[in-house]
Design a protein around this ligand. Structure first.
Ligand code: NAD
Length: 502
């Protein structure tokens, strides 16, 4: 009988694991016994199964988190910070098996997943360092009165994350809420849940029971039950725009405090003063191909290149894309692996078919790569002759698909770049600081990268504008977002009984 743990037990050619959820310090099944398959997208083989939790699991997880939250808060921030650092160390000790687990479950390349584990460790350390920075403010008063605010944790935080960076999101995105003194319920994407279960394994040796709960199941059942739960006053979500909208509606019923990190259709404006070959390499890097095969909210899938260098840039881009080695993501010789699951391959392939039907020219890619008989592989793809109205220039693909568009007037390209409902990142390549600042000012996005897409310094706030969501993560504001402010006014006992002010 399996004990529900997965770390070091998942592999190709090994018997499938039967993972469990971790709730209140216990390894639990869903009451229904229902399970979800975890498929290796490279081989299409079954790696294991996870419980398909639903409403009763949401109830149990909320109850466990509520029970644990008081003592976790009372521990005080210095002790909580020390435990988060211990957790960071414990994760670091099993970094390689965690990275391999994510490669097997998600198809992301091994180098990218090693980076993801490092990033999760950094986030734990970052928020451990900030844990005491939940200060309030004091208000000027007369000598008989003290008035101040304090920030208290919500108690229970629901953290719903998507499939694309499984461990990094399950772990790193719990860090701020834990540091602020909340018990957390993590629900990973149903297609890539295994490393979240591994997180629970690592955390059970470090954190008190119920402080970090990991539950598995579909969004429609378990996710919806969690975000609708009146015992979950704070919901933080990373995922698609459509789900974000559903979550706002559900949480509104109990006035849950929601933050949303949603999709992007991120423009990259390339100015004529750049080194063209370098720009082409950087444009591919900006797609996050090597990290997650373009399955990244920050991917720069709309490339606006100045007409004077458009032909040269397109040739260099196509050359660079053809150099990308697609194959088994566990093999370090390969740059990218498959997409994460079959339905997503169909989704991405559908975008490619529609792009061709609408008149875009397929400059490279678009098909299953040669030599890959199995697995959810798609070649990295470039479209040219793309116009602003085409679906491929407007819809988030969430895969390795780039569109090249031309521009000649700076004001006009700003208008076109902003002509989208989304506003996650905007990106500029230029050597001209005047242009850089002008575009950084005018582009409508929550994060603007100039000459270095994806290179985010630790602690720099990240979050979208418009339909890409609201609420900043990764910086101090995220820590504060897991607290609510209380104002306290203390007045000296008055001799005059009529002491209340109107
Ligand atoms: P998704 O919205 O389908 O699912 C995300 C998570 O939400 C999963 O855990 C899913 O089970 C859950 N979910 C689904 N329906 C739910 C519901 N009704 N109630 C509660 N939870 C529900 O997204 P996905 O396909 O897993 O991820 C891709 C999307 O995520 C893309 O749009 C991408 O841009 C976005 N994303 C954004 C960021 C960011 O930081 N802004 C980062 C990564 C991914």
């Amino acid at each position: 009988m399996s004990d529900g743990r997965v770390l070091g037990r998942v592999g190709r050619g090994r018997p499938p694991v039967a993972a469990r959820m971790h709730i209140g310090g216990q390894w639990r099944e869903a009451a229904s016994g229902a399970r979800l398959d975890c498929i290796d997208p490279t081989t299409e083989e079954l790696l294991g199964t996870v419980p398909a939790g639903a409403a009763p699991v949401a109830d149990a997880a909320v109850a466990a988190a509520q029970e644990a939250s008081g003592a976790w808060r009372a521990l005080g921030w210095t002790r909580r910070a020390a435990l988060l650092r211990d957790l960071a160390d414990a994760v670091g000790e099993v970094a390689e098996p965690l990275a391999v687990l994510d490669v097997l479950d998600s198809g992301n390349p091994i180098a990218g997943m090693r980076g993801d584990i490092e990033s999760a460790v950094r986030e734990l350390h970052y928020y451990a360092g900030l844990a005491g920075q939940t200060h309030g403010v004091s208000t000027p008063t007369g000598p008989d009165t003290v008035s101040f605010t304090k920030r208290e944790p919500y108690g229970v935080v629901v953290r719903i994350v998507p499939f694309n960076h499984p461990f990094k999101f399950a772990c790193g995105k719990a860090a701020a809420a834990l540091a602020a003194g909340n018990a957390v319920i993590v629900k990973p994407g149903e297609q890539t849940s295994l490393s979240a279960v591994a997180l629970a394994e690592v955390a059970e040796a470090v954190l008190p029971p119920g402080v970090l709960n990991v539950v598995t199941g579909t969004g429609a059942e378990l996710g919806q039950a969690l975000v609708s739960h009146p015992g979950a006053p704070r919901v933080a979500f990373t995922g698609s725009v459509a789900t974000g909208r559903r979550i706002m509606v559900a949480a509104a019923q109990h006035f849950g405090h929601v933050t949303l990190e949603l999709g992007g259709k991120n423009p990259l404006v390339i100015c004529p003063d750049v080194d063209v070959r370098q720009a082409a390499r950087s444009a591919v890097a900006s797609m996050n191909v090597a990290r997650s095969n373009g399955q990244s909210c920050g991917s720069t899938s709309r490339i606006y290149v100045h007409e004077s260098i458009r032909a040269e840039f397109t040739d260099a881009l196509v050359d660079r894309v053809r150099e990308i080695r697609v194959g088994d993501p566990l093999d370090e010789a390969n740059d990218v692996g498959p997409l994460a699951f079959e339905a997503h391959l169909q989704r991405v392939s559908g975008h490619i078919t529609r792009a061709q039907a609408s008149g875009a020219t397929l400059a490279t890619g678009g098909s299953r790569p040669g030599g890959t008989g199995r697995g959810y592989f798609i070649e990295p793809t470039v479209f040219t002759d793309v116009t602003d109205e085409m679906p491929i220039a407007r819809d988030e693909v969430f895969g390795p698909v780039m569109s090249v568009l031309g521009w000649s007037d700076l004001d006009d390209v700003v208008r076109r770049a902003n002509d989208t409902e989304l506003g996650l990142t905007a990106n500029v390549f230029t050597r001209d600081l005047r242009v850089a600042h002008r575009l950084a000012d005018q582009l409508q996005a929550g994060y603007v990268y100039v000459n270095g897409t994806g290179r985010r310094p630790p602690g720099s706030p990240f979050g979208g504008w418009k339909h890409s969501g609201f609420g900043k993560e990764n910086g101090p504001e995220e820590l504060l977002s897991y607290t609510r402010e209380k104002t306290v006014t203390v007045t000296l006992p008055a001799e005059d009984p009529d002491w209340a002010t109107p």
